[in-house]
Design a binder for this molecule. Structure first.
Ligand SMILES: *Cc1c(COP(=O)(O)O)cnc(C)c1O
Length: 495
């Protein structure tokens, strides 16, 4: 059965999967959502015997129905290959009472690689299918990890250019170094004086600018997005939840059909939404545990039904979750409103004009599967230290937020359901914060000294991504004000 994609703000705007991937965003700020989610009508025991790539095919072929088998298998096999440092792609590690799904074994050592190593292939295939002649300009706002993963995925891909905006003072030193050393003639990296929400709003405004689109078209360009507003990122992210579940079956931890919980360190709400879609496909998930850092706008939303971004933006040690406007929450709002585009559009309008909205009692009742909580900076650091000491397992700051919130959930509910924690980054990407959490005495050492110390403590080999930037030259040094993003894009593209 063909899946059609619809705008969350206008049910008359529809697209095929490949069209939705090409466009990234629907008109007037809407997001594309599947009109239905097909059942995963494959025996979970059979999936438990399949490779990551074959599970990916089973999941993605049900969602991207205008791709042929040959096209999709080509995309999958090109993405999930030796770029990952393990043939299982996403290992499931049992530690400290939970199952950590390590999503950071790709080339840029954060979970963004899971989707961004395949998005360029999906996009180029979509362009071909739709006879697109323009070059595709990937415009991306990043809170630190999407930028590098997208740059790595799109560098030197013919027919594409990529421009990444990151908050100049809002990413970790290693995240910044990874981005500004990116090679590739088609890549541009720009630091903005502003935060991630400013970067994301600037990018969305350019997407919605009809005049800019016309000028671009005259010069042979069109925009697409590598942010998780693109359905081409969400669909590949559904795969690893199915994969994790079926590994639990394969390892005898659960029986096919048993329920599990998932814990997701959340920023833009893409990763956890992918888990929700996986459940809609039929994966037995009981609870979605949404973990926030001090920017706890989502926790407050789950508590009260009011989404209110009018608050201080806090820079934390988990910068990839420093977000007050969680874009993909809109897709959940649309769903809990009963796929009501009008209702959703009304709430999103209030978010733009007043910075907040409140959902109805009925909508709130549809959120029963979600549990939200948050971890303070001190709790995050304590969790890293505690699990290191108990299990000799060193996790990154984002994963620690999730682990801490999971502990709070278990303490509050006593729920013993087997649980998968999405481990979203390598500790090597946030070395300073991780090492200082273990011992403040590390504060005096340089970033790369700390890399070597982390290697000694954890026994985990230093990833290639870190070796690559030890001595790499800075190739990008553009900085602009948040108000100058469009001018910067025009100058990069020669418009
Ligand atoms: C992007 C990111 C997150 C947040 O994921 P969302 O899909 O934006 O909710 C969490 N942890 C890390 C390390 C990330 O890079």
């Amino acid at each position: 059965m063909a899946v059609t994609y619809k705008s969350t703000r206008n049910s008359n705007e529809t697209a095929t999967a490949s069209e939705a991937i090409l466009k990234g965003l629907a008109e007037n700020g809407g997001l594309f959502v599947p009109d239905s989610i097909p059942a995963l009508d494959v025996d979970l025991n059979d999936l438990a015997r399949m490779s990551y790539q074959d599970v990916a095919y089973e999941v993605m072929s049900r969602m991207l129905t205008d791709f042929t088998e040959e096209e999709l298998r080509h995309c999958i096999n090109s993405a999930y290959d030796k770029k990952f440092d393990t043939p299982v792609i996403a290992p499931l590690v049992k530690k400290a009472g939970a199952h950590y799904l390590e999503l950071f074994h790709g080339s840029t050592i954060a979970f963004k690689d899971m989707a961004l190593s395949i998005l360029p292939y999906l996009l180029v295939t979509s362009a071909k299918k739709n006879n697109v002649k323009n070059d595709i300009v990937i415009l991306t706002a990043t809170s630190g990890d999407t930028g590098k993963a997208a740059l790595a995925g799109f560098a030197d891909v013919p027919g594409t250019k990529i421009i990444v905006f990151y908050p100049k003072n809002g990413v970790s030193p290693i995240q910044e170094k990874q981005m500004v050393t990116q090679k590739g003639d088609n890549t541009s990296v720009v630091g903005i004086i502003g935060n991630f929400d400013d970067a994301q709003t600037g990018v969305k405004n350019m997407f919605n600018d009809k005049e800019l689109a016309t000028v671009m078209d005259e010069k042979g360009f069109q925009f697409s997005s590598a942010n998780s507003i693109n359905i081409g990122r969400l669909v590949p992210q559904m795969v690893y939840y199915v994969y994790a579940y079926t590994r639990l079956v394969a390892n005898g931890e659960i029986q096919a059909g048993d329920k599990i919980n998932v814990v997701v360190p959340t920023g833009n709400f893409g990763n956890i939404l992918a888990a929700y879609y996986a459940k809609e496909m039929g994966l037995p998930i009981a609870k979605f545990i949404c973990a926030s850092n001090d920017n706890k706008v989502l926790y407050d939303f789950f508590e009260t039904g009011v989404y209110d971004r009018n608050r201080e933006f806090i820079l934390t040690t988990s910068p990839s979750m420093d977000i007050l406007i969680s874009s993909n929450l809109e897709r959940l709002i649309y769903r809990i409103a009963g796929d009501d585009a009008e209702k959703n559009a009304e709430l999103m309008k209030a978010l733009t004009s007043d910075g907040k909205y409140e959902i109805t009692e009925d909508m709130k009742n549809n959120l029963a599967e979600f549990y939200g909580n948050y971890a303070s900076e001190a709790e995050t650091a304590e969790t890293i230290k505690k699990v290191y000491e108990s299990d000799n397992y060193i996790m990154d700051t984002h994963t620690a937020v999730a682990a801490c919130v999971y502990d709070k959930y278990v303490a509050a509910t006593g729920d013993q359901t087997p649980t998968v924690i999405a481990s979203t980054a390598s500790p090597y990407k946030f070395t300073r914060s991780v090492m200082e959490a273990i011992d403040v005495a590390y504060a005096s050492q340089s970033d790369f000294e700390l890399v070597d110390e982390l290697n000694k403590l954890s026994g985990v080999a230093v990833p290639q991504a870190i070796e690559d930037i030890r001595s790499a030259a800075v190739l990008h040094d553009t900085v602009c004000d948040k108000s100058e993003m469009e001018a910067t894009v025009r100058s990069i593209l020669g418009l």
